[in-house]
Design a protein around this ligand. Structure first.
Ligand code: NIG
Ligand code: FE
Length: 414
């Protein structure tokens, strides 16, 4: 008998997502093992199979009994605005009166500008402590890795501050965090009549500093009417590439702003939101096969919109679809189970497609699929155990937390 650190036994379903191939998109297959087991040693998965086989082969220091439970890779949240100060619950009254996102931002003292003000005022210590609370909530709901964007600083100093807070959180918290520079989140108020100058500041000052300090892996831009034009977005993302940052893009959220087209042209790793992306530009993404669509159904939900991204069409075209929370003060949720529920109930994704979106495709969306996102020999042991007998319960039994255990790098942390 080989000795291992941890054995998970008797799971009614193990969703392995093994041998998943991104180019064969959304096969709708989770590669399930019934009455399954996982063996873990030194933080790595060393075997996955039936309980019958693994219980004969391994003895473990610690065992987790998973009878009637569903075991799957920890959720990966590939789009968050984790670090911010203040909250915007006051916007709900405005939303209920029918004001739009842009009206709340421009005329009612809310939106990104409100959060930028609070975040600029906040100390690093305060931001770390607030970020940590959100990460704890994420972990409790099954997220084991996330992406986190800057973007509520909009000065060189404050953008760096946010990315340094992100780095500190990554050190202090079991959740692994992949950082994204989003200096192009909005034109700051002090630059409102000299927008090109702000673009220049991003290019001449922010990007070189962020790259030199190695504070980000990705660079994102909010390409949208009233924010950054297609031309400005291309300029910033091309410059980011020169600094070794991989492009991402907030694309076609409120209007067809050519975001999907730019994503395809620049080989951006992801195009996010995509509610208003045109058919033609989506087909272009599908043809190039370089982008993953990151869909954020909690965002239209939080704004009480009727329209959601057309996931079915993207899947039909062969675009890989990942899911994320978009955690931010407008759309305040840390819970990927809720995102899977919205994906199924509002975007008509199947439970399997949504789970793929929250695990292996989400891993691809942050370029970590070689390490996480499936339960396979050699991958990091980031695993969750859900208190339900099969995966269809995740969208079916909504509004509760199904997570019973969270294992990160082989350690049981919940
Ligand atoms: O992804 N769309 C732009 N940014 C965020 C919202 C930011 C905010 O409202 O604070 C988003 O939805
Ligand atoms: Fe966002």
């Amino acid at each position: 008998m080989e000795e291992v650190d941890l054995l998970i036994l008797n799971a009614s379903e193990i969703l392995t997502l093994r041998n998943y191939n991104l180019s064969k998109t959304n096969t709708d297959s989770l590669s399930i093992i019934k009455n399954g087991a996982v063996a873990i040693k030194n933080g790595i998965i060393i075997d996955v199979g039936t309980t019958k086989r693994l219980s004969k082969k391994y003895k473990a220091v610690e065992t987790l009994e998973a009878k009637n439970k569903t075991v799957l890779p920890g959720f990966i949240d590939p789009h968050t605005h984790l670090v911010f100060a203040g909250s915007r619950e006051f916007e709900l009254d405005l939303k209920l009166k029918g004001y739009t996102y842009q009206e709340i931002l421009e005329k009612h003292g809310g939106g990104i500008y409100y959060t930028v003000e609070k975040t600029r005022e906040a100390s690093k210590t305060q931001l770390v402590s607030e970020g940590k609370k959100r990460l704890d909530t994420m972990l409790a709901h099954g997220t084991t890795t996330c992406e986190a964007k800057s973007g509520y600083g909009l000065t060189t100093r404050d953008e760096i501050k946010i990315l340094e807070v992100t780095k500190e959180l990554n050190k202090q918290h079991p959740i692994e965090i992949v950082p994204t520079f989003l200096g192009a989140h909005a034109i700051p108020k002090e630059y409102i009549n000299r927008k090109e100058e702000y673009v220049k500041l991003i290019i001449d000052e922010m990007l070189p500093k962020v790259a030199e300090k190695r504070l980000a892996k990705f660079c994102d831009v909010f390409c949208e009417k009233g924010f950054f034009t297609p031309e400005q977005s291309i300029k910033i993302l091309e410059e980011a590439k020169k600094h070794g940052l991989t492009p991402k893009i907030h694309a076609d959220e409120f209007s067809d702003s050519k975001g999907a087209k730019i994503a395809a042209e620049l080989d951006a790793i992801t195009a996010d939101h995509l509610l208003k992306a045109s058919d033609k530009n989506l087909r272009e993404m599908a043809r190039k096969k370089k982008n993953i669509a990151v869909l954020l159904p909690a965002t239209p939900f939080s704004m009480m919109l009727k329209e959601y991204a057309n996931a079915r069409k993207m899947i039909e075209y062969g675009i890989p679809v990942a899911l994320a929370t978009d955690l931010n003060p407008n759309c305040y949720t840390e819970n990927m189970q809720f995102i899977i529920q919205l994906a199924c109930l509002k975007m008509k994704m199947t439970p399997a497609e949504a789970i793929i979106g929250a695990t292996i495709n989400a891993a691809h969306a942050i370029d970590l699929a070689n390490k996480i996102g499936s339960l396979e020999k050699g991958k990091q042991a980031d695993i969750i155990i859900l208190n339900c007998p099969n995966h269809k319960f995740i969208p079916y039994h909504f509004g509760v937390n199904l997570v019973e255990h969270v294992i990160k790098k082989g350690k049981i942390i919940k």
